[in-house]
Design a protein around this ligand. Sequence first.
Ligand SMILES: [Zn+2]
Length: 124
Amino acid sequence: MTRYCPAGDGAFEDWVERCPECGLAVIDRAPEDAVAAPAPTGDDPIIYLATVPNEPLARMWADVLADAGIRTLVKAVGPGFGAWGSVATFEHELYVLRSRLAEAKAIVRELEGDGPSEDIAPGQ
Ligand SMILES: [Zn+2]
């Protein structure tokens, strides 16, 4: 049976009790999180990138960033207490890993500068 480092350092034979890389006790299952998500380590934290006015635009920007190989975290900011509206009309914040921040900012600057914002405004 194979055992795995919970921090994603790899797989080991079943007699291994602790990961030789990080010292954590190994587990019986592969750590899905370590594979699926970019591990925000201490020296590459997730950093605020930009705020966009609605969800479709946030998704579009995230797509463009993904095309450039930059993983983006999209977080709904919400309208605040007493406000109305669907989640699609909330402001959304984009976050990226700090190591990609400069690259992501350059892309956002292009999106803000060249984007025909009138054409992508949601039709009400
Ligand atoms: Zn490990």
